[in-house]
Design a protein around this ligand. Structure first.
Ligand code: GN1
Ligand code: MG
Length: 384
């Protein structure tokens, strides 16, 4: 090992030797100038692996990601979408913010011009500029944070409304289609690969009892009541970066930007904002609603979105709020029954714990339905 490598290795203590050498080689493929100072594990995503790459004496750092190509088989289409979306966002924002690159992701291509690199073992990699001085929250605490989240995704949908949806590749077909998700659950049950069916009977009964109601958004869509728009499709709150004053800075994680219905984005954001506990909280008594944050997000969202939403879309929003934690429970449970093939887990029963926490959230939402609908109605009358 050369001296420089030893220093870099010390700076990158949370990696194994093999990881460190692999990552260093990967970084050398990308159009980054300067000497690497450190490489560290970064973020909490369930699908891709993310690293922060710092450069000596440089102002900007980079985000290196290994893309999970078992989940995203169409890497070319995926990166095409992200390029299209980020370039469009920059164009729309120009003149409204001082530096567009602080408000959207920026892809760093490889030296050969490609948007990703495939290494000799077949793994896929990409690099973005890392945004500095920003915050993200797994659990939302204040009105201002939730309000900014609402504005962020409202703006995002509005800004993308001028991009031709036909140019976006559907990288994960049927992503938020509840029939597709329930069907996958049924297939998993039939195979019972990991022999875990006995312990989940109570959850299966609950899921089954709500199937019909949870098809509401899909039914509305299928009968032509809802317009297809370009949506984010992974609007968990930690995919919004806020600045030091908790104002919107940037929407991140653009892997699932595809055609979709606004109720899906609204519901997935509320799923993470209204929950006083983490997505994988073991103590279900902690999974309770923080209702003022629902109001805050709704107000922020409608402030941006009311000008383009149709009446039917507005009607669909609340069904999205019930649907997204339900669908997430179906997906976590399917993976648990399959033997944990999709989501990263940190312990054996992680997917089961996640499932139970999401089911508890649906139950809390159902119990507070009248109140939440009232808040939606009131926020709407103020914004209209
Ligand atoms: C996954 O990778 P991450 O953590 O951003 C998943 C989302 C789920 C989320 C649950 C491609 O997102 O759909 O809502 O976990 N992404 C994919 O936390 O399946
Ligand atoms: Mg994601």
């Amino acid at each position: 090992m050369q001296i420089l490598d030893i220093i870099l290795k010390i700076n990158s203590m949370n990696l194994t030797n093999d990881d460190y050498f692999e990552l260093k080689k990967v970084v050398s493929q990308f159009d980054i100038s300067g000497e690497i100072f450190s490489i560290e594990k970064f973020g909490s995503g369930h699908i891709n692996d993310t690293f922060r790459v710092s450069i000596k004496n440089a102002n900007s750092s980079y985000l290196l990601q290994r893309i999970n190509h078992h989940i995203f088989p169409n890497i070319e289409g995926l990166m095409h979408n992200i390029k299209l979306v980020t370039e469009h966002l920059k164009l729309v924002m120009r003149g409204t913010v001082s530096d567009v690159n602080k408000h959207t992701l920026t892809i760093i291509p490889c030296f050969d011009g490609k948007l990703y690199h495939q290494d000799s073992t077949g793994k896929y990699w990409r690099v973005f500029i890392l945004l500095e001085d920003v915050k993200s929250y797994d659990i939302v605490e204040t009105y201002q944070q939730a309000y900014s989240g609402g504005r962020a995704f409202g703006q995002f949908q509005k800004q993308l409304s001028t991009l031709d949806a036909r140019k976006i590749v559907e990288v994960l077909p049927n992503f938020h289609n509840i029939d597709f998700r329930l069907n996958n659950l049924k297939k998993a049950i039939k195979k019972n690969k990991a022999n875990r069916l006995d312990e989940v009977q109570d959850i299966l009964a609950y899921i089954h009892s709500r199937e019909d109601r949870m098809r509401t958004v899909l039914r509305m869509a299928e009968s032509g009541e809802l317009p297809l728009r370009i949506t984010h499709n992974d609007t968990k709150f930690n995919n919004v970066l806020l600045d030091e004053n908790d104002n919107v800075q940037c929407v991140i994680d653009l892997d699932t930007v595809m055609a979709g219905y606004v109720a899906y984005d609204f519901g997935d954001a509320i799923r993470t904002i209204i929950n006083s506990a983490a997505e994988d909280e073991k103590d279900l008594s902690k999974v309770i609603l923080n209702i003022p944050l629902f109001q805050a997000y709704t107000e922020g969202y409608l402030e941006e979105a009311v000008e383009f939403l149709t009446d039917k879309e507005i009607e669909s929003l609340f069904f999205g709020v019930l649907l997204l934690p339900y669908m997430q429970a179906v997906r976590f449970l399917t993976d648990y029954i399959d033997g944990d093939l999709y989501y990263k887990i940190h312990y054996l029963e992680h997917n089961l714990v996640r499932t139970r926490a999401q089911i508890k959230l649906v139950q809390e939402l159902e119990m507070n339905e009248a109140l939440l609908l009232d808040i939606l109605k009131n926020s709407l009358s103020i914004k209209k």
